[in-house]
Design a protein around this ligand. Structure first.
Ligand code: BDR
Ligand code: CA
Length: 344
């Protein structure tokens, strides 16, 4: 159960797993979404905004502001990853043109105005590159203290990268932004430090075809088959629009993971981070000082954690070290089934 009145401010690069995270949040009683800001990452920022608006329509969720932020990283050219998330960012899912429009406000203004208006009440959740958050902290250096808390999906600690041998995608897209954000948190009270969901725990969140089938059956929408012997790109014939979207999105992601020898599964990094942000995922954490490599060609974008105080710098992060994938999927099935039952 999420305490009534929980307020979340999201920054996303939707993205298949961002989309599943958003569906979970929209389906979770007690969660209020202040706004959704869009960063360039998996796809360009404008496409991210379209995806978010279309998902809000799909889930019949009105009245959430969707704002675009920086369309490029702070210092390096933008690289997107359509081969991972599909041309439009949500795999094979094709959603109708959204009814809503992108906000006239810039993402940075959305973050700054939100935390100034509601100091200590809003939890930030960033599931894309940290570009917008870095810019917002430049604009309002008190932002880390004005937030109630912050959850970041990003990084890889003592774990292989998923973009280079040592770098995770979100951090690799904009390492300069990540470096600035972690620096801004150095020495702040522990409860304000970002809770960092990095690959060593998010890659444990392996979604399989059976999870999708379970959501569909629990929603009363019948079986939903994602099978390894079906031709690539097979589309869902499910009459429930939420199930069809989930299935078409995740099929693409599973095909991508299979292509990279990880099996017919999909890592739902951002879903896990969203459950940490609502407080529904039980986790173990470790305090650390995190920094990001921005100079070396070899290790560009690598996140490095000092947990032993060797750098003689104050902690700036709470790295998640343990999680419970079975509990994550039990919750995912319950929430997405309820969403599909009422809005599919
Ligand atoms: C992260 O990169 C993106 O592709 C996913 O959406 C997730 O946020 C995982 O490295
Ligand atoms: Ca993402």
């Amino acid at each position: 159960m999420v305490p009534a009145g929980s307020r979340l401010l999201l920054d996303v690069d939707t993205g298949i797993d961002d989309a599943v995270a958003l569906m979970y949040l929209l389906a979770t009683p007690g969660v209020g979404i202040e706004a959704i800001t869009c960063t360039a990452g998996n796809v360009g920022a404008q496409q991210v905004a379209i995806n978010n608006l279309a998902l809000l329509d799909l889930c019949s969720y009105a009245g959430v502001e969707v704002a675009v932020g920086s369309e490029v990283p702070l210092e390096v050219p933008l690289v997107t990853t359509e081969e991972t998330h599909g041309d439009q960012g949500i795999g094979y899912a094709v959603l109708p043109t959204p009814r809503g429009h992108v906000s006239g406000r810039h993402a940075v203004d959305v973050w700054v105005e939100a935390v100034r208006s509601h100091p200590g009440q809003i939890t930030g959740l960033v599931t894309g590159p940290l570009t917008n958050l870095a810019l917002a902290i430049r604009a309002e250096p008190r932002l880390p203290l004005l937030l109630k808390g912050l959850v970041i999906m990003g990084g890889a600690f003592h774990h292989p990268g998923n973009t280079t041998p040592v770098a995770e995608w979100n951090t690799h897209v904009d390492p300069h932004a990540a470096k600035e954000v972690y620096a801004a948190y150095e020495g702040l009270p522990v409860e304000k430090l970002p809770v960092v969901c990095a690959l060593e725990t998010t890659e444990r969140i392996e979604c399989t075809p059976s999870h999708v089938d379970a959501v569909s059956r629990a929603a009363g929408a019948g079986p939903e088959l994602l099978a390894t012997d079906q031709p690539e790109g097979t589309r869902s014939a499910n009459g429930n629009a939420v199930i069809a979207c989930l299935s078409d999105a995740l099929r693409f992601y599973m095909e991508f993971h299979r292509l990279h020898d990880q099996g017919y599964i999909a890592h739902l990094h951002d879903l896990f981070a969203a459950m940490v942000a609502t407080g529904e995922a039980q986790v173990q954490e470790r305090l650390a000082t995190v920094d990001v490599e921005t100079d070396s060609a070899l290790t560009f974008g690598q996140t490095v954690a000092d947990v032993a105080g060797m750098w003689k710098r104050a902690p700036n992060a709470r790295i998640v070290t343990g999680n419970d994938p079975a509990a994550v999927f039990e919750l995912m099935v319950r929430r997405l089934a309820a969403l599909a039952r009422t809005h599919g």
